[in-house]
Design a protein. Structure first.
Length: 226
């Protein structure tokens, strides 16, 4: 994807935070097991041959998520950089973001034409958010098996993320979750912010999120050309 350096103008697209420079940075957060790594893998496959992409993963004491992505072959291994946070993941994505900024710098030096960096948080709770100094936009992932009450519990991850993904809709009947309740409660908490309900085990979920990202990137380029 060809792009020019941002012009630094004052125009803005609603819901899009102005980025310091390319690449565009999207944070992906959510509870343990909600499907964050599955979403990252799906997006890497969706954007193959279309965007120059790289990934930063955050785990407390391991590189498990990065290792999974490398084994899955969704990207060349040198496009995936793990961060071991050593404590609650929200600290490294919101409070002291130095390790993540260093990982991004490594990737930018390796690949000067990067379009997109996905930053995956380690599993955290509904309060997890990314620093605006680290990412341009945030995706928060919930899963149906947590129960249909989760969206109405709110929290910054649910209410303030730029996109909410409710994953594993195929499990709803088995766990007794009402998808209509989840969607209605999510809309009530989020207002005009979008929500995607999907199963990331199949291709459609990743395509829906990838479509949202394409629209965001197109809007950003239009702003920079203005």
């Amino acid at each position: 994807m060809h792009h020019e350096a941002p012009t630094g103008g004052s125009n803005a697209v609603p819901g899009v935070r102005p980025s310091r420079q390319w690449p565009f940075r999207i944070g992906i957060g959510g509870p343990v097991g909600s499907g964050k790594t599955a979403l990252v893998a799906s997006l890497c496959r969706e954007f193959a041959g279309e965007l120059e992409i790289a990934v930063v993963t955050n785990d407390i004491y391991t590189t498990e998520d990065a290792d999974f992505l490398k084994r899955a072959g969704v990207l060349d291994q040198d496009r995936i950089v793990p961060v071991e946070t050593g404590g609650c993941p929200h600290t490294a994505i919101r409070d002291d973001i130095a390790a993540n900024l260093e990982a991004i710098e490594i990737l930018e030096n390796r690949f000067p034409d990067l379009d997109l960096v996905l930053l995956e948080s380690g599993g955290d709770n509904l309060t997890a958010t990314f620093s605006h100094g680290l990412v341009d936009m945030q995706i928060f992932v919930l899963d149906v098996s947590g129960g249909d009450k989760v969206p109405r519990k709110g929290g910054p991850g649910v209410t303030m993320s730029d996109l909410l993904v409710i994953n594993k809709v195929d499990l709803a009947e088995m766990v007794g979750a009402d998808l209509h309740v989840m969607q209605t409660d999510a809309e009530a908490k989020r207002g005009s912010r979008p929500t995607v309900m999907c199963s990331l085990r199949g291709p459609l979920g990743g395509r829906l999120v990838a479509g949202w990202i394409r629209a965001v990137l197109t809007g950003r380029q239009d702003v920079e050309r203005a």
